[in-house]
Design a protein around this ligand. Structure first.
Ligand code: C2E
Ligand code: CA
Ligand code: CA
Length: 425
C-alpha cells in the first residue's frame, strides 16, 4: 500500500485505509452471502467515496473483511482525518440501513477502523493494515456500528470537531450568534461605518471568536446559512440606521467567505436580502479576501459587477497577505483595499512591513481606490499611516468590536459637533 502513495505529490501522500468487518454473516441462508455482502459493501463504499471525489481502491480481503484506501486527502492531518471520517460514516450509515432479502428483514452493524499513512515516516507495508485492524476492533468494542481511529488523539480531535459542528447547527436554529460592530473612522476620528464581525454565544463555552469556528463553518458548508444570517442581520441594521439622523450615514462592511461568494445563488441572495430589508445597497460593503482570486477570476468579476450595478461596494481584505496579481487587481470592480493588520502591527519597527503598507497606499491611490488600515492599536501607527496618505482606520485604538448598543454610543460620541477624542496632534 505504501508503494501506491510514494513518489506522488505531497497532496497525494496522505492515504487512509478503512478496514471493516461486517457483522451478520449467518443470515444469508441459501445464497452466496459473501458475494452478496461484497456487492452491497462495494456499492456503499463507491457511493461514499464518489460524494467527496477521492481516488480510492476498494478490496475484499476475504470473509467479511474489506479495505478501502483513499488518496488525495488533505496534507493537514486533522483535515485528512475528517475527510476519512466523512467517508467512513457514509459507508457505515449506508450499510447499517436494514434491507429486505428473500422476504426477511436484515440488519448489518459494520465496524470501521481508520488509520492515516503515507506521511514522511517510513514503515513496513503491513503496518497501516495492522493499525486499521486494531482500530476496527476498537469500533467493535464500543458496540459495533461505529467508526474509530487508530490514533486516540486523532479520534478525540475528530470527535470534538463533530461535536462542534452539531452544536453550531443547533446554535443556528436557536439564534446563538451575535453580530458585533467595530468602528471604521476617518482621519479626524469620525466614525463613518463599521465592520460586522460575528460572535458565537456558545451555550457552554460562552463567547467564541470567529477564528475558532469560521474555518469549520467553511469546511462543513455551515458558512452558507451563517453567512446568510450575517447578511440579513447587517441589512436589517442598515435599514434601521437609515431612519435615524445620527446613524443614517454609516456604511457596514460584511465579511464574505470564498465558499459563500462562489455559491451560484450568491448574487441573487444578496439582492433579495437588500430588497427584503430595505437596506441601501450603497451602504453595504462586502469584504473579500485574496484567497478568493485563486480560481475563476472571470466569474468573480461578473458577480462583483452584477452587485456593483446595484450600488454594493467591495473591499479587498487582508490585502498584501495573498498573491493577487496586479493585473487582476486592475480589473476587479473594487472600492477599497484594506491593509492587513499583520503589516500595521510592526509598521514602526519592521522596514519591510512599513514598505508594504506604503506600497498598498500608493497602489490604492494609483488605482483610484480608497484605503483603510486595520489593527491600528496605537497613535504612532495611526500617525505614520496618516503621514503616508491613509485616512481611514480600524482598530483597538478607536474601539474593539462591540455589541450594537455600545457601538451606537461610540457613534453618538464622535458625531460632528461632539468632543472628538481622536484629533491627531
Ligand atoms: P478580519 O476580517 O480580518 O477581521 C479583523 C479581525 O481583527 C477581527 O477579529 C477584529 O476583532 C480584529 N481586530 C480589530 N482591530 C484589531 C486591533 O487593533 N488589534 C488586533 N490584534 N486585532 C484587531 P475577529 O472578530 O476575531 O474576526 C476574525 C476573523 O473571522 C475575521 O478577520 C474574518 O476573517 C472572520 N469573520 C468574522 N466575522 C465573519 C463573518 O461574519 N463572516 C465570515 N465569513 N468571516 C468572518
Ligand atoms: Ca474583514
Ligand atoms: Ca482583515
Amino acid at each position: 500500500m505504501r508503494d501506491t502513495c510514494q513518489g506522488k505529490s505531497p497532496s497525494m501522500r496522505k492515504c487512509t485505509n478503512d478496514y471493516q468487518r461486517l457483522w451478520a454473516s449467518t443470515i444469508y441462508d441459501g445464497i452466496n452471502d459473501g458475494i452478496f455482502i461484497g456487492f452491497r459493501w462495494k456499492a456503499a463504499c463507491l457511493l461514499a467515496c464518489e460524494t467527496i471525489h477521492h481516488n480510492r481502491a476498494v478490496a475484499r480481503l476475504g470473509g467479511d473483511e474489506f479495505v478501502v484506501m483513499l488518496e488525495d486527502l488533505s496534507k493537514d492531518d486533522l483535515e485528512a482525518a475528517t475527510q476519512a471520517e466523512t467517508v467512513g460514516e457514509k459507508i457505515r450509515s449506508s450499510l447499517s440501513q436494514s434491507y429486505r432479502l428473500q422476504g426477511n428483514d436484515h440488519h448489518c452493524t459494520p465496524s470501521l477502523g481508520i488509520t492515516l499513512f503515507g506521511g514522511p515516516q517510513q514503515e513496513k507495508n503491513t503496518e497501516p493494515l495492522k493499525r486499521a485492524e486494531l482500530a476496527m476492533y476498537q469500533a467493535k468494542s464500543v458496540g459495533r456500528n461505529a467508526v474509530r481511529f487508530f490514533d486516540p488523539e486523532m479520534q478525540a480531535k475528530v470527535s470534538e470537531r463533530a461535536a462542534m459542528e452539531l452544536s453550531m447547527r443547533e446554535s443556528l436554529l436557536v439564534g446563538d450568534f451575535q453580530l458585533y460592530y467595530q468602528p471604521q473612522v476617518v482621519g479626524e476620528g469620525r466614525t463613518t461605518g463599521a465592520e460586522a464581525l460575528v460572535r458565537w454565544l456558545h451555550p457552554k463555552k460562552g463567547l467564541v471568536s470567529p477564528g475558532d469556528f469560521i474555518p469549520l463553518a467553511e469546511d462543513t458548508g455551515l458558512i452558507l446559512p451563517l453567512g446568510q444570517w450575517v447578511m440579513d442581520t447587517a441589512c436589517v441594521q442598515l435599514a434601521k440606521w437609515a431612519t435615524c439622523a445620527n446613524f443614517a450615514h454609516l456604511t457596514l462592511s460584511v465579511n464574505v467567505s470564498a465558499r459563500q461568494f462562489r455559491h451560484k445563488n450568491f448574487v441573487s441572495n444578496v439582492l433579495a436580502t437588500l430588497s427584503r430589508t430595505g437596506a441601501n445597497p450603497q451602504q453595504l460593503k462586502l469584504e473579500l479576501t485574496e484567497s478568493l482570486l485563486v480560481e475563476d477570476v472571470e466569474g468573480i468579476i461578473s458577480k462583483m459587477t452584477a452587485l456593483r450595478a446595484h450600488g454594493v461596494g467591495f473591499s479587498l481584505d487582508d490585502f498584501g497577505t495573498g498573491y493577487s496579481s496586479l493585473s487582476y487587481l486592475k480589473r476587479l470592480p473594487l472600492d477599497q483595499l484594506k491593509i492587513d493588520q499583520g503589516f500595521v502591527k510592526n509598521i514602526l519597527s519592521d522596514p519591510n512591513d512599513s514598505a508594504i503598507a506604503k506600497m498598498v497606499i500608493a497602489l490604492a491611490d494609483s488605482l483610484g481606490l480608497m484605503v483603510i488600515a486595520e489593527g491600528v492599536e496605537i497613535e504612532a501607527q495611526r500617525d505614520f499611516l496618516a503621514r503616508h496618505g491613509c485616512h481611514a482606520y480600524q482598530g483597538f485604538l478607536f474601539s474593539r468590536p462591540l455589541p450594537i448598543e455600545l457601538f451606537e454610543g461610540i457613534v453618538r460620541s464622535t458625531s460632528p459637533g461632539r468632543i472628538d477624542r481622536f484629533v491627531p496632534n
